[in-house]
Design a protein. Sequence first.
Length: 328
Amino acid sequence: MFEKKTLKELLENPLISEIAPEAISGWDLSAEEFYDNTLCEITKKLGWNNPQRGFERLFEVAENGKYYYRLYSDKECENSPEKKGRNIIFFPADGENDDKPFILIVPGGGFVNVWSVTEGWPVADHFNKRGYNVFVLTYRVMTEGSALKAMEDISRAMQIIRDNKDEFHVNPDKYITCGFSAGGYIVCLWNTEKGYRAYGISKPMACFPIYPVTSYRILAEAEVDGELKRDEIARTGVGCSLTDACNSCFEIPDHVEGFPPTAVFVAAEDELVDPKHSKRLVAAIKNKNIDCMLEIGPTGGHGFADGSGMCMEGWPERAVDWFENLQK
């Protein structure tokens, strides 16, 4: 049982050791006291939601062949060290699924980390069980304009998927994006002039932002320690001042004309990203007569990941149901 295995046992297993540093990108987990704790203990102590499900699925795909694809070559990483370790992990569904779009998952982490261990791998398993091939993206963080650089990372991921479409059994022009928190902002930005259109890539068939950041104006209204801190938040995300972010395509609700059908999921008690972000986005999308739905869980806070054990449980299945009903 994976929940009884320690984090050290799992991440140092040779089967997945090459991607172990990216379980939570930007965080050396081996230096933490809880590294020797079991997944069950970590879930209780730190509130990580359902990491054992993700590890179980990750080990399954690792045992079945190639699953890890670097976005950038060694030479590219030499010139831009922040590109090192950026990758996609392929989680194939059972059987032939060429008729269904694949799903690109973009975990969150505040542009400091990428939380694949909770917001990537376990969620991939949910979508796999519904017959969808999934790719989980590790993108650049801890750099100025992280969200903009993530546009390049997504573009590179999409090129890898196109180049290997026969191996993956996917149509590279049919895909859904799903992003969490900062990753939610990234998948929303992908729908603006900075995203798929700029890179000559087809429009997503749907978008699933999960407790997303969407509005720098809302961030400007929030209690933050000083103007310098506010500008730092904007520069980390989109590489400009907060004022510029509020008055450009980075203010997502003002630039939703390129959005696909969108399903948004958030908890009412989110203490980190105000649900206003989701509500404002959905209102703007509906105003453009684009299919959109918003589910607000009555309890629970930020980072519910796959929703296990709370009122948001089953949201991945509900998102897919909603999308599939639109196709009828």
